[in-house]
Each structure stands twice: as structure tokens, then as C-alpha cells.
Design a protein around this ligand. Structure first.
Ligand code: JDK
Length: 248
């Protein structure tokens, strides 16, 4: 299993550094991922390789013209290609999205700049993706987030045990983690973690993940099937709060 990723950007230099380092860099070096970054200006129009123009109807700023994107996609698209447009109005990017994309053979990520891309480009892409409800100055950082989250799910990129554990914990926040020293600034480590009882450790971690999710991100639990164990942890937590006189 390998994945090919093409990125279309007016700032190719932005992608190189971060993606050369760490997990994505190693995945590329090991041949598990092919990553190509293209300068959209190569498909720019006329002697000046123009890529932007003023908005019809007036208003501030410039708009990315459709032709450079359309021509670039004509050059890169083949059967099996999925084209993603980075856009603040796109569908929310989630772990489930990353899992879907990691199973595809060829992704092309379009990174607009200026005030965004000409509306007609939307008809040329397969999906529009937003990494969150804030406005970046262009699509590059969003593309890097998507690429990073996708690459680590490509089989062989990280230890399989980590992705199996992740799918068990899907939709929950992380459980608390500890490493040495045993006491740090007066703070100890839960004794169960040094008990050597692997079953008890696994149950404790799952319960902690449920508790943390309940307190910090109850919205995540609402959108998720609960196991009997998870319902029990939530009930116990409610009982514990009630007995402390905490009615929240
Ligand atoms: C691609 C350009 C910057 C886009 C206009 C008016 C209110 C802003 C600037 N998840 C996420 N966040 N941001 C992006 C993203 C931003 C981009 C581009 C992706 C290309 N920009 C930009 C839009 C506006 N808009 C209404 C919000 C201004 C992806």
C-alpha cells in the first residue's frame, strides 16, 4: 500500500521544510508515500504567469483565477485521483476523513491564496475541506495538516499497534500518560500503572479516557455509540459528582 500526493500551491517553499521532517519525511524516504509539490504559477496565464485578478462585482483583495487550477488538474488527474480543495467553507476535516483519504491511491490538494478561489473551481474538485473554524491566510497550512494526519495512517508508516489502539479509542480523548521520574515536583504516578496488571491498566486507561471526554468534550460522546463499560463509567462519574454536592 502506498499513496501519491500532489500539492498545488503558489508557495511551494512552505511545504518542503515541515514535511521533510519527522513522520511524513520518513514515510517519503521509505517509499511509502510519494509527495510532489507543484508551483501553481507554472500554469499561470500569459508572459507574467498571472494567477489572480480582481473580484467581479468589486470588493477588497484578489481572487485566484480558475484557469491555472483547471489546467494543473487536467495535467495531474487520472483514474483513481481524488482532488481536495482547501477552503474555510469546506466540510470539517476529522479523523474519519483522514482514515478515508489514507485508503485512496492518489490525492491532489489545491491550496488557494488571496481571498479564495473563483467559485467555478469548486466544480473541478471532488471534496472541499476545512481544518477548522478560523481563517488562515491560504490553503498551505491546511494541506500540511491533512497530509500529516493522512500519512501516519498509511499502512507501515507508524507501528501498527498505535493505529489499532487509536481505533479502539476512536471518538474519545487521550488517557493520561506518565513516564519517569516516579515523583515529579511532588506529583506521583497512579499506582495501577506500576502494578504489572495489564488488564487493569487497560481498563483504567479506557475509564480515564471516557471521564476526560465527558468533562472536556461531551459533544464527542453524544455523537458516538457507547459500550456497556462506557455507560457504566459515565454513570459512576455522575454519582461521584452528585455525592460531592456538585450539581453541574
Ligand atoms: C484556503 C485563501 C484566506 C479566505 C474571506 C470572508 C469570512 C473569510 C481570506 N480551515 C481553513 N481556514 N482557512 C482556510 C483557508 C483560507 C484561505 C484559503 C484555505 C485561500 N484563504 C481567506 C477567505 C476569506 N472570507 C468571509 C471568512 C479571506 C482553511
Amino acid at each position: 500500500m502506498t499513496i501519491e500526493i500532489d500539492v498545488l500551491t503558489l508557495f511551494p517553499g512552505m511545504l518542503a521544510g515541515p514535511l521533510d521532517e519527522s513522520i511524513p519525511g520518513r514515510a517519503v524516504a521509505r517509499g511509502l508515500v510519494t509527495l510532489r509539490v507543484h508551483d501553481l504559477r507554472a500554469w499561470g496565464i500569459g508572459r507574467h504567469r498571472s494567477v489572480d485578478d480582481a473580484p467581479y462585482g468589486g470588493g477588497a483583495g484578489m481572487v485566484l483565477r480558475p484557469e491555472p487550477v483547471g489546467d494543473a488538474l487536467d495535467a495531474l488527474r487520472r483514474p483513481g485521483t481524488t482532488v481536495l480543495l482547501m477552503d474555510p467553507a469546506g466540510e470539517p476535516f476529522r479523523q474519519a476523513t483522514a482514515r478515508e483519504l489514507a485508503g485512496l491511491e492518489h490525492l491532489v490538494l489545491v491550496c488557494p491564496r488571496y481571498e479564495g478561489v473563483d467559485e467555478r473551481v469548486r466544480s473541478l474538485v471532488d471534496r472541499e475541506i476545512s481544518i477548522g473554524d478560523y481563517v488562515l491566510s491560504g490553503g498551505e497550512l491546511a494541506a500540511m495538516v491533512v497530509i500529516d494526519a493522512v500519512i501516519r495512517l498509511v499502512p507501515g508508516v507508524i507501528e501498527e499497534a498505535s493505529t489499532i489502539e487509536e481505533s479502539h479509542a476512536a471518538g474519545l480523548l487521550e488517557y493520561p500518560q506518565y513516564t519517569r521520574p516516579a515523583v515529579y515536583r511532588g506529583m506521583g504516578v497512579p499506582s495501577i500503572l506500576t502494578s504489572g496488571d495489564h488488564g487493569a491498566v487497560a481498563r483504567w486507561r479506557h475509564a480515564e479516557a471516557v471521564r476526560r471526554t465527558l468533562h472536556r468534550r461531551p459533544d464527542l460522546l453524544a455523537g458516538r455509540e457507547l459500550t456497556a463499560d462506557e455507560r457504566r463509567v459515565i454513570e459512576e462519574e455522575r454519582d461521584a459528582r452528585r455525592s460531592e454536592g456538585d450539581l453541574a
